[in-house]
Design a protein around this ligand. Structure first.
Ligand code: ARG
Length: 587
């Protein structure tokens, strides 16, 4: 099963083919003039160009062939060779019943599933998660859900920043504060105390201090460098401290991502590919991929056609340290070993664009990416009203925790303003407010194309009117309540009947969901699904105002309208779920 336009495209393609023309010209789309027709096919124009014939004559012949097909109620020509198409009411009703009876709501399963690794985390150890990581999580998790639903195998990797100089800074910071700890004895070889020497709060306080000191004092920086090198070489005491830092940070990250409803399959990081680095570097050196340059080891990645200078990737710095690009390359090796992906998609801030150009080119040059393609989906920033990346009022980086608190608070305020949930328990109200808040945040983000910047607007995001998460949740919840009331009066959704005047728009919309999902999938643009869900909710709202459902006298018509409402709910909930948004039972 497929969308309405896909079904009609198959029919039109055959008609083109029967005229000896390329079936690809048979593309049918929703009509741009709904007053004239439901669908249109513009293929005759391009076909005419290719066949050096008159477009109107081709359209004439194709239309004639289509007239033999009983799905069409009306076929007419317009302009230089557009074919206007409208389908019979019986066809529409049949299509609705098939979609309603299909657990996948008309979305076919992809014929050749691919293995897709999605990298959309990147939180750093010891640094609280901030809004910068928010978009990666929201967009990446939505893409994972979309890919999975379409039929690919997906692996979402959090890919933590748990390696490199920042860890050396932290370890040396602890060593300065607590030289007495057994971990710092030169000969430490265990046992490893289960208790962490620091709390998360201490860790979060230590990092800015260490980083500031390193900036101000070259000797302090040198100490951090040394600690980094010793950590990477495997000094047991340092590894043990690192493990503590890692464990307490991961606990906090899991909580934060959990609150957002963002899922990862893999909790790997930069550190876990450390052992893959030496053999990889050795191999790249041997094959001349990596070359010496002023004591460092680099991979030149410049290409003839470059419009700007693309500097080489630094594989090993002159002091022997592996770099961010090095761990990303080793991670590619690791993923080929573990998942052997067909595609790897990195959902990372667009400001890291150059980094990924270097990494991908180096990987391809070295041939370490197996059969897989590598793609950086560089998302835009979430900005404040000043047009700069979003900050707290005090000008600091906003913590994810605080942001979620803030938006849930706003959601609660708006719920109260709308007189919603007044008689529910405190706990249920809080739960609803959190769901609405997260929906507001996610929907606001995902209703933009990922590569665009957008402005954070607490008030607008959490409104119940307009293209917002709360509006969509409310639309879905309203249908849920309708279905509950129907059940209470003994009514069940039944067979969908041929549309009445005014019902066709809703049916046409319901038949188009696979297009939105395919577009979102093909363009890596969850906003296609957000747009569809919003349009569907609006069309249904018009329908709901025009048609009585529960009070309709005719039982068959009542059951048909209920079935349409139920289908609306199923499609809305699927769309919201693909965007990572959970729908509450009531509001
Ligand atoms: N930890 C990095 C940062 O905060 C982001 C990592 C993105 N993923 C990757 N494979 N490089 O900047």
């Amino acid at each position: 099963m497929t969308s309405l336009t896909q079904q009609l495209t198959a029919i039109a393609a055959e008609a083109f083919q029967a005229q000896g023309l390329d079936p690809a010209f048979g593309q049918v789309i929703i009509s741009g003039r709904p007053d004239l027709a439901q669908f249109q096919c513009n293929g005759a124009l391009a076909a005419a160009k290719a066949a050096k014939q008159n477009p109107r004559a081709i359209a004439e012949k194709v239309a004639e062939a289509l007239r033999g097909n009983p799905v069409f109620r009306d076929i007419s020509l317009a302009g230089p060779g557009f074919i206007n198409l409208s389908v019979t009411d019986a066809f529409l009703a049949g299509a609705m019943n098939r979609i309603a009876g299909d657990p996948r709501l008309g979305q076919p399963v992809k014929a050749k599933p691919e293995m897709v690794v999605l990298d959309y985390g990147g939180p750093n150890i010891a640094k609280p998660m901030h809004v910068g990581h928010l978009r990666a999580a929201i967009i990446g998790d939505a893409l994972r859900r979309i890919f999975k639903f379409v039929g690919d195998e997906t692996v979402g990797d959090v890919h933590m920043g748990d390696w490199g100089l920042q860890m050396g800074m932290l370890i040396s910071e602890l060593e300065i504060r607590r030289p007495d700890l057994p971990y710092f004895d030169a000969g430490f070889a265990g046992p490893y105390p289960a208790e962490s020497p620091v709390t998360l709060a201490e860790l979060e306080e230590m990092y800015p201090k260490a980083s500031g000191d390193c900036k101000a004092d070259p000797a302090r920086l040198e100490r951090a460098r040394l600690a980094t090198a010793e950590l990477q070489e495997g000094r047991p005491g340092y590894r043990a401290v690192w493990q503590h830092f890692f464990d307490i940070s991961v606990e906090a990250m899991k909580r934060d991502y959990g609150n957002l409803g963002v899922h990862f399959d893999l909790w790997k990081g930069e550190a876990c590919v450390n052992d893959l680095i030496p053999p990889m570097v050795e191999d790249m050196k041997k094959r001349g991929i990596a070359i010496e340059d002023k004591g460092a080891l680099i991979i030149p990645v410049k290409e003839e056609s470059d419009k700007m200078d693309i500097p080489p990737l630094i594989l090993i710095k002159s002091d022997g340290a592996a770099m961010y690009g090095t761990t990303d390359l080793a991670t590619i090796v690791d993923r080929v070993n573990c998942q052997n992906p067909d595609r790897s998609i990195y959902v990372v801030d667009h400001r890291q664009g150059l980094h990924f150009v270097q990494v991908f080119r180096a990987a391809i040059k070295a041939g370490i990416n197996g059969k897989g393609t590598l793609f950086h989906l560089g998302y835009g920033t979430m900005n404040g009203t000043d047009g700069k990346p979003f900050k707290t009022r005090a000008g600091g980086v906003m913590r994810l925790d605080d942001l979620i608190q803030m938006i849930s608070g706003e959601a609660l305020k708006k719920l109260t303003e709308h007189g919603l949930g007044g008689d529910y328990s405190e706990a249920e109200r809080a739960d609803i407010a959190r769901k609405v808040g997260v929906a507001a945040l996610k929907f606001a983000d995902l209703s933009n194309n990922p590569i665009a910047n957008y402005v954070f607007d607490l008030d607008r995001f959490s409104r119940f009117e307009g293209k917002t998460g709360p509006y969509l949740l409310y639309a879905a919840v309203r249908v849920k309540s309708l279905l509950r009331k129907a059940a209470a009066q003994g009514d069940k959704p039944g067979s969908i009947l041929a549309p009445e005047e005014g019902e066709r728009d809703l049916m046409l919309m319901l038949g188009q969901m696979p297009n939105a999902i395919n577009d979102a999938y093909g363009e890596l643009a969850p906003n296609r699904i957000a747009d569809f869900a919003f349009n569907l909710a609006q069309v249904f709202s018009t329908y709901y105002n025009a048609f009585h459902i529960l009070s309709e006298k005719d039982a068959a018509i009542r059951a048909s309208r209920l079935a349409l409402a139920e289908l609306v709910l199923k499609e809305l909930e699927l769309c919201l779920d693909l965007l990572g948004i959970a729908t509450p039972e009531r509001m």
